[in-house]
Design a protein around this ligand. Structure first.
Ligand code: ME8
Length: 638
């Protein structure tokens, strides 16, 4: 692991061009930008890549629907991404498009290397495919359903000649790598999910398609194009010279800390398929794959039909770019899901930015102006409380660095705000307004005011990766003209910036308070049924009340619980993946819940499952659907 590596390479997923960027894609891109700026400020030699994923059936279909050729459609969509990233103040080093020549050559190269290695063979693929997720689903992941387990959309049946990548061959090597490299998958909580998936047994991967043409042709397989994920994942190497600049590749891939930031939806592609491809190609694996959680909007899944997709342009118009960036990274901890709601945005921004940081700046500059006409005056010896502030700063720097190493943005900001709160308290404790009344205490007053001013300088530095524009404004109000992108940690460690005679700037509010009643809290929604079914279809599902007779863990499967239930006639065994939500699962014995009883029986982790317990899920987690105890087991739910 390249923990001390001074070269840092961060990537976002390359986004599909079938739709416009939105708050979800903005989130990952902002997170990557913040991390890139942070590492640069710590003295690293950084590289930041984003881009667009332009091939595949989904893009081809969208282009057709819109009346464009595939290439014209992608050309038409790319500026939407670039413009949004520019509006969000994203400073990437490269923007890759998978239709570029350099990428096509890189994909050809890796395919040929893997083929030469003997890891690709010809076969036939017959099975289900989700066009929306561009994913093949073997039957054992579907339990007889024809819906995509990830996005819920209808699956297509694919039957075609295909070339397969021997992914199964690399399962053990990958497991060993994951075990030996604890930071390979971050946050750590996501590691087990990947390990469990690999341990279920990896299947070889179909990596070519021959029933449509929007993709990269394969040299050794005439008539076939590359499976879009095999194509897309390679982008991370293309951009750093895999095919055309070996010197760059050595520096930016082999000798860098390589980090892929992604959403949890595409963790398996990055933590399983991609490393297996690299193992086969004989290349270094990325150092960390960091999967963040999912954003909902006002408590609901974001979707066009619900008309509740958060549009970053509107948000930055209302609150400003920096506030938007800050909110996203502060509100949800990076691995967890977050809910974007107008109320929480306003509450968060008013409390953290206007009250805590804004007030500290205004109070400090206001007092300096009042007591010393905004000209820095030399202070005296530090007292205990001043030393405490200085020590706290050292601690905070360390804390922030530890959190940022693990991509814990929210915790890093929390640490910075601990410093801000302490300083607000420091003002109350040192009471400059009292010191100002006493001529003999002028030097003490200057010491206190200098600690405050210099702390603000340090705060501006610490928040600059998150809020570069505001950081620059804080510096300006402190009397410094600084390019925040060029600032490095060594310049802020010491307490020596505010020398006698330095003139502070003018105070003006950087984070104005947002009045909640003025803000329109209107989310336009239209009542629409997304996948209508008729009553006959509904009646096919047998849902009944069952009584839980016993519950146990399933050996070797952390997530699963094994229920013995009574359905009014028979005892059944039902396996349910809810162990995490019921640590005291024995308490469930005797309760009555809802279950679907006419699902095909299936085996999970070798255990027979004769039905499915119904659950609900919201931001607090998953819960069984409990039924009044007076209702008998076997009662039909209709
Ligand atoms: O998957 N909350 O592209 P994509 C948080 N092309 N993040 C979200 C989100 C939400 N509601 N919605 C989307 C692809 N995202 C492939 C990637 S990489 C080699 C190929 C973000 O356009 C999140 O980062 O569907 C997620 O992983 C990504 O958008 C998916 O973007």
């Amino acid at each position: 692991m390249c923990k001390k590596c001074k070269n840092f390479y961060v990537t976002t997923p390359i986004y599909y061009v079938n739709g416009d960027p939105h708050v979800g894609t903005a989130y990952t891109t902002i997170a990557a930008d913040v991390m890139n700026r942070y590492r640069k400020s710590m003295g690293d030699d950084t590289y930041f890549l984003t881009g667009t994923d332009e091939h595949g059936q989904k893009v081809e279909q969208t282009a057709k629907q819109k009346g464009y050729s595939s290439q014209d459609w992608t050309d038409h969509m790319v500026p939407n991404f670039k413009n949004m990233w520019s509006a969000l103040n994203i400073k990437y080093d490269d923007f890759i498009r998978t239709t570029e020549e350099r990428h096509k050559l890189a994909v050809k190269k890796i395919l040929n290397v893997v083929y030469e290695k003997g890891d690709i063979y010809k076969g036939e693929y017959e099975g289900k495919y989700c066009i929306s997720c561009e994913t093949f689903f073997p039957e054992n992941q579907l339990n007889g359903s024809n819906k995509c387990p990830d996005c819920g959309k209808e699956l297509s049946l694919v039957k075609e000649e295909s070339y397969f990548f021997k992914m199964s061959k690399y399962a053990d090597m990958l497991l060993e790598h994951i075990e030996k490299n604890p930071d390979f998958i971050l946050p750590h909580s996501r590691r087990n999910e990947v390990i469990a998936f690999i341990k279920q047994g990896l299947q070889d991967l179909s990596i070519s398609r021959n029933t449509f043409s929007w993709g990269i042709p394969i040299d050794f397989a005439p008539g076939h194009i590359t499976y879009v994920w095999f194509d897309a994942l390679t982008n991370y190497m293309t951009a750093v010279g895999y095919e055309n600049n070996l010197e760059m590749f050595d520096k930016r891939w082999n000798k860098s800390r390589v980090v892929h930031l992604i959403g949890k939806d595409i963790l398996r592609f990055h933590a399983i398929i991609w490393p297996c491809m690299l193992l086969s190609a004989g290349e270094k694996l990325p150092d960390s794959i960091v999967a963040h959680g999912w954003w909902t909007s006002e408590g609901e899944k974001m979707s066009k039909s619900r008309n509740n997709v958060v549009d970053p342009y509107k948000e930055i118009e209302k609150y400003g770019v920096d506030a938007f960036r800050y909110y996203l990274l502060r509100e949800a901890s990076f691995g967890s899901d977050g809910d974007y709601s107008t109320k929480s945005v306003i509450t968060r921004l008013n409390s953290d930015l206007s009250n805590d940081l804004g007030n500290l700046l205004n109070r400090t500059l206001g007092m300096y102006k009042k007591y010393f006409s905004s000209i820095i005056v030399a202070g005296g010896q530090d007292e205990e409380i001043d030393k405490e502030i200085k020590n706290l700063f050292e601690e905070i720097l360390k804390e922030v660095d530890e959190h940022m190493y693990l991509f814990e943005y929210s915790k890093a900001l929390e640490s910075i705000w601990k410093f801000i709160s302490r300083l607000n308290k420091y003002i109350d404790e040192t009471m400059p307004w009292i010191l100002a009344k006493d001529e003999d205490k002028k030097q003490r007053l200057a010491t206190v005011m200098n600690i405050l001013s210099e702390s603000l300088y340090k705060i501006a530095f610490m928040v600059s990766p998150f809020m570069p524009i505001s950081a620059k404004k804080i510096f300006e109000q402190l009397g410094f003209d600084i390019e925040v992108e060029n600032m490095r940690i060594d310049e802020v460690k010491d307490w020596n910036k505010f020398t006698e005679g330095h003139k502070l700037g003018e105070a003006s509010p950087i984070f104005p308070r947002i009045e909640i009643e003025k803000e329109e809290v209107v989310v336009k929604k239209e009542l629409k049924v997304e996948n209508p079914i008729d009553i006959k279809e509904f009646n096919k599902v047998e849902i009944k009340v069952v009584e839980i007779l016993n519950v146990d863990k399933v050996e070797g499967a952390d997530k699963l619980l094994k229920f013995k239930v009574f359905d009014g006639e028979f005892e059944r065994q039902i396996i349910s993946g809810i162990a995490k939500y019921y640590p005291d699962f024995k308490k469930l014995i005797g309760t009555k819940v809802m279950a679907v009883l006419n699902l095909k029986f299936t085996k999970l982790k070798g255990e027979l499952s004769q039905g499915m317990l119904l659950t609900t899920e919201d931001k607090n987690g998953v819960k069984l659907v409990f039924i009044d105890k007076d209702i008998q087991a076997g009662a039909v739910i209709k």
